[in-house]
Design a protein around this ligand. Structure first.
Ligand SMILES: NC(=O)c1ccc[n+]([C@@H]2O[C@H](COP(=O)([O-])OP(=O)(O)OC[C@H]3O[C@@H](n4cnc5c(N)ncnc54)[C@H](O)[C@@H]3O)[C@@H](O)[C@H]2O)c1
Ligand SMILES: O=c1ccn([C@@H]2O[C@H](COP(=O)(O)OP(=O)(O)O[C@H]3O[C@H](CO)[C@H](O)[C@H](O)[C@H]3O)[C@@H](O)[C@H]2O)c(=O)[nH]1
Length: 319
């Protein structure tokens, strides 16, 4: 297939673009490099440095599908400064959808998020549970999910929204390197590598088994596999939503233990208050993806941490 991958110079987009190129697809990456890196675009993919707002001039009717990763995605930042989230994630996606419609490109796989669910009443969370986001980031992604439903019904778009839970790990030279890093696993690994600040543990008084927050950590390669399956499953006129997680939760302290186990290093940690807006527990029910996409996550937390550690220690890594 001929595919446009927006955000393909970023963490998750670069891993999926690499796998798509390895599978023999013709991949064009569109990325404005706002948080991504030119050297993260995989060999074998062509690259256009542009914004999703310019998608109309990059797409043409020969494209079979778009995988849309480009977004702003920091929960806390979106609370402090929501305007860029609505502009980039909602208006940017609208521009992309109009470009797709204009060129007759009718298949889309979209990066949605567990943040659409806010603070859930029960876990594991299924796709039919209430979506009450607690941040502009989550609200912007939910708005797009709604937009895609309307586009499928009215214009015949085939779309899949993949609601990722916590993504971690790496695929060789493709991994997570953000100038502003808020995610737990890379922050713990940076502290393990030494030379910097201790890692911070945000919140020790959650109603969980050890007082720290619980998340569902999914290896980026398992996540990527779901994208390849979604691309095959997408059908004109239908919008489907799938949660993607392992179905089992780890506390922050358990992830810290995994990092100590995998690296064999003492990871300095400072305990602090809760981070504003963080829910206590987020765990996915991915039964729908298992049933309809035949998807099954395969990698353990230790494998996830181990692959992220190998990425952190690669030659030339700033960590
Ligand atoms: N990392 C996670 O745990 C997680 C969880 C849930 C959902 N997501 C979603 O997955 C997607 C990818 O996340 P990531 O962690 O790889 O983030 P990332 O910041 O590494 O990648 C995003 C990429 O999009 C590009 N980009 C941003 N705005 C753009 C625009 N207007 N035009 C063109 N390119 C633009 C950036 O330069 C970057 O390369 C995002 O949509 C995010 O919301 C991520
Ligand atoms: O240095 C850190 C970083 C994080 N945490 C804690 O570790 C857990 C995981 O935090 P992350 O920042 O790694 O991930 P989030 O759960 O906050 O966010 C992720 O999942 C969300 C869904 O809820 C969104 O999709 C978002 O894009 C994605 O990054 C949280 O309890 C957080 O407070 C720490 O203790 N120390």
């Amino acid at each position: 297939m001929k595919l446009l991958v927006t955000g393909g110079a970023g963490y998750i987009g670069s891993v999926v673009a690499a796998l798509l190129a390895e599978a023999g697809h013709a991949v064009t990456v569109l990325d404005d490099l706002s948080t991504g890196h030119r050297d993260a675009v995989p060999e074998g993919a062509s690259f256009t440095e542009a914004s999703v707002f310019d998608a109309a001039s990059v797409l043409d009717p020969s494209y079979d599908a778009v995988l849309h990763f480009a977004a702003k995605s920091l929960v806390g930042e979106s609370v402090q400064d929501p305007a860029p989230y609505w502009r980039n994630n909602v208006a940017g996606t609208l521009a992309l959808l109009e470009a797709m419609r204009g060129h007759g490109v009718r298949r889309l796989v979209f990066s949605s998020t567990a943040a659409v669910y806010g603070d859930p009443e029960t876990v594991p969370i299924s796709e039919d549970d209430p979506a009450l986001p607690t941040s502009p980031y989550g609200a912007s992604k939910l708005a797009v999910d709604h937009m895609l439903g309307g586009w499928a019904r009215a214009y015949g778009l085939g779309a899949v929204s993949l609601r990722y839970f916590n993504v971690a790990g790496a695929h060789g030279r493709f991994g997570e390197r953000h100038a502003t890093e808020t995610h737990l696993v890379p922050n713990l690994l940076r502290a393990a590598a030494g030379g910097g600040e201790p890692a911070r543990l945000h919140g020790t008084d959650y109603p969980t088994r050890d007082g720290s927050a619980v998340r569902d950590y999914l290896h980026v390669l398992d996540l990527a596999d779901a994208h390849l399956r979604a691309l095959d499953a997408v059908r004109p006129g239908v919008h489907r939503v799938y949660n993607l997680g392992t179905g089992s939760g780890s506390t922050v302290r358990e992830v810290l233990d995994a990092v100590r186990r995998v690296t064999g290093l003492p990871v300095p940690v400072e305990e602090g208050p809760r981070r504003a807006g963080d829910p206590a527990v987020l765990i996915a029910s991915s039964d729908r993806a298992r049933t309809e996409l035949g998807w099954k996550p395969r990698r353990t937390l230790d494998e996830t941490v181990s692959d992220a550690w190998a990425f952190t220690r690669r030659p030339g890594s700033p960590a």
